[in-house]
Design a protein. Sequence first.
Length: 229
Amino acid sequence: MKKMKNSVVIKGNKYGIIVMLDKNLPFDELKKEVADKFKASSQFFGNSSMGVTFEGRFLNNDEIRELLDIISANSEINVVCVVDNDKEREAYFKKSVEEHLSDLSNNDGQFYRGTLRSGQVIESESSIIILGDVNPGAKVVSSGNVIILGSLKGTVYAGVSGEATSFVVALEMQPMQIRIGDYIARASDDNNNNKKSKKAKPETKIAFVEDGNIYIEPLNKEVLNDIHF
C-alpha cells in the first residue's frame, strides 16, 4: 500500500514537540509512520527530555502508551509528560499526565494550566502540576510537591508545612529561589551564566533535600531511586 504523504509531522512548541497525526490512516499503519519519522529525526533531537502533544486525532490511553513506546524505541527522547491543547479534553489528559508522572506526584495533586507572570502567586494545600512557565517575579507555594511542565525562573516553596521530603521538578530549572521545608537555595552565579548561554539545552531537573542541603540534579531513574519520598 502506498504511504500517505505527511501522515506524521513533528513540530516544536514551548513544552517540547507536537506530533501531528493523520486521522484517517489505520492505527497500525500510523504506528509504522511514527517509528520511521522518529528514527529519521533521532539525531536532531538527541538525548533530551520534553513533553509531547499529539494532535490531529483522538487517542485513548492505550494508543498513547503505544506511541510513547514507539518514540522511546526509535529515539533517545525521554517523554516526561503528554500535553493537550484541547480544553474540553483537559480532564482526560490531566489523568494521563499524572499517570506518566506517577513516580513524582500523588493522587490528590492539583493541576494548573497557564504561565505565571511577575507578581502572580499560586498556592496549593497539596502537590501541584503546572502546565506553563513560572517567570521571574512569580511564586508557587505548595504544601506538597511542585512539578512545572515548563521553565522555572521564579520562586517555588514546596513542603511549606515543614515537609523536607517534598521536591520540585521543572523541564527547565533556572529558579530565583527554591525553598523545600525549612531549607532554602538561591540562584547561583553558575546558573546566571547558564541563562546567558544559548548553547546550553534545557534539561529536566529535580530539586530535593538530602543531608540538610537542597540538591538540583538531572531527572533520571537513578536519582529517583536514591530519593526517599
